[in-house]
Design a protein around this ligand. Sequence first.
Ligand code: GCW
Length: 838
Amino acid sequence: MLPPETGLDAWLRYAPLSETLRSQHKQLSHIVALSDGSADPVSVAGQELQEGIRKILGHSLTVSSRHDGASSDSAIVVGTVSAFQKSGLSAAVQSLPALEEDGFWLDSGDGNGAHIVGQNERGALYGAFEYLSLLAQGKLASATVRKAYNPGASIRYVNQWDNLDENCPHGSIERGYGGKSIFFRDGFVLEDLSRVRQYARLLASIRINGCIVNNVNSSHELFNETNLEGLGRIADAMRPYGVRIGVSLFFDTPRGLAGLPTSDPLDPAVVKFWEDLTAKLYKRIPDMLGYTIKANSEGQPGPLTYGRTLAEGANMFARALKPHGDGIVMYRAFVYNHHLDEADLKNDRANAAVEYFAHLDGEFEDNVIIQIKFGPIDFQIREPPSPLFAHLRKTPVICEFMVCQEYLGQQSHYVYMAPEWETILGFDMRIDGKQSLVRDIAGGKVHGWKRSGYAAVTNVGDDSTWLGHHLSMSNLYAYGRLCWDATEPAQDILLDWIRLTFSAENSTVIDTIRDIGMESWPTYEAYSGNLGIQTLCDILYTHYGPSPGSQDGNGWGQWTRADDKALGMDRTAATGTGNAAQYPPEVAARFENIETTPDDLLLWFHHVPYTHKLKSGKTVIQHFYDAHYDGSQNAQTFPKRWASLKGLIDDARWEHVAFKLAYQAGHSLVWRDSVNNFYLAKCGIPDEKNRVGNYRWRIEAESMQLEGYEVVDVTPREAASGGRAVVASSPTKATATTRNPFPTGKRDIAVNYYDHTGGHARYEILVDGKVVGQWTGDLDTRLLHAFSEHVDGHSATRVYFRGVEVKEGAEISVVGYPDGKDKAPLDYISLLPEGVVD
Ligand code: GCW
């Protein structure tokens, strides 16, 4: 049996190679880490190499900080170019290819000693991690690597949306699904920052060089004296790994913290306040990377609040940073009016970034960088790139991704997002009619920017899995890899991650997880929102489960404009919001024309009848129905495929993932039925295959004989089969009973119920008086996504009892034992013949 693993070391677990592979490696003599200190990246590299080589190969090596001539020939030497030169190793670095900042040279040396040479200390550490990654994957057993590695972008940051929670003891993270904050608790920086150190280690191994540690919805309390000291400790914990920290600012801090009458960016007292605060921060964090700013967005104050331009606001911070080094302002382009009037067909949230920022190009200080979400709306299952990427020429940009899956299943569903990010990174904007891929814009190549790149909202938490789902860590890993080299294929990255995380050598493990991973995004798209309509989750509450109706009828602007005849946003210049015309002419022409708009973005750019024929020949509505059936059907195969890995990976991680994938399979059916029934009710066009609304093996709870249960209408209606469910009216026990109307046979009994916060109801299911299954509604403490308090599409879920012999006419009862606010809600049962999914 393989020893249980928690996931804490993620892809840095350094699992032992098989004896066969181990025997192909020569014994190295020792490690030389050319460093003068004990907490700098080079000495960390030395320790990491020592630990990694011991675990992977079983070789114990000593680490010295000096190179001592001939005896070092079979050593592994790590250091900067200049340290190599100073240590009598000039020959080794004489004819190296050019190395850029953070770059490195790796010569794995035929097993006879190796050289890892960083352009700087950070680069040296990256080189050590690269060496260990190759070693752990068995890639150095038969090959020698001699290669220079240079970054595709200088900014490779993560953003944490951790709250200070000064008013409530929580450690919460906005849109965090991996436990509590590893940075803050109850208004202050945590005393114990050991997880922060471990996080920095993971980040360094994927060459992330910066971390913004607090929520963009910030608080002025971040800057009280205790927290200034605490931020310094965070920086100290991350610095040995080459990770610099930055902070998110609350625009109204001058008023809130210093009691100034205004936070007007042109007011001398306000300017002075920020200068002083910045000086204080640098005193404690001399290498602070800068400030992230969310202003005039979703209720946040900002320069517009004081009658100033966004550039005037950004520049105030930029000037405050300048005397202290290379600090930057990462000014978020996520500025929009969330009280938009849907009745006006010209209104469009997708237009906001260009409208607010394009004309300011040239007005920003040279240390202001505009941080743009990858799409025009908000991390949806599919979006085109933000048109703002094509407008800023003088002002460098950061392309913002989201590693945590806010709109994509919140780590209770697995979605490997690198393939989606690739559609953005590889998109050609055709600026001035020339090739201008988003990755070349963000990487600085198109406009010759020195500092630009990527940020991702990661939101790891204190759960040992970091993100709440072992498989979701493939997203953090892939994000780092793409920041460094955005041309790497998503599948290659996934394969490396699997070899490092689960098994370097077992092809069943590697192939199975690769297939699940590569299918996961198209699968989730198929059972959520298709054809560019957006994800269709509930945008007014937890952003998790299905609620297609929530998109419209409010000011948030994530509209679909679905009525009984047609759906989709008309974003054309000819008849719609004009958003298509925000792209450079060639791209604009493609999106303006329905014929040249790809099907997967059809409803993003066009308002079409449900009967509109796609390029596939299907109608839009039939595509919706089919995709939801196909996608959820595929999700049913994930647990089965995962089951084939039992014993091939450790039980602890196997069980965790098995539980998540089984849950996902059940919830994918909730998605399928909710979305399909919603659109069937809207347009009245039946499914050609007659599946939607017809569930042959289903028995509705509201049609059963009820004792202690009462029937309720569910909101939204489509979140319950038939629009209704039952909840206990009795505080102690409720029973729903029926008789099996189907022929005698073995059945997979599926029970659809609701698991929300407020209590853990227990349930039993009996056939002819015999208990055939029991469970507790405690998903709200086992899954870490944002849970609902209600009976709805978020809490709807399914449990199975398989292979139960049920006689025709047998009495079947579900008994619920309510607990607190959890009134043991029940939607339906299905008595499925083996192999049938419904
Ligand atoms: O996607 C939305 C989220 C908000 C978030 C905002 C942003 C931090 O729902 O929770 O606020 O984006 O990016 O600022």
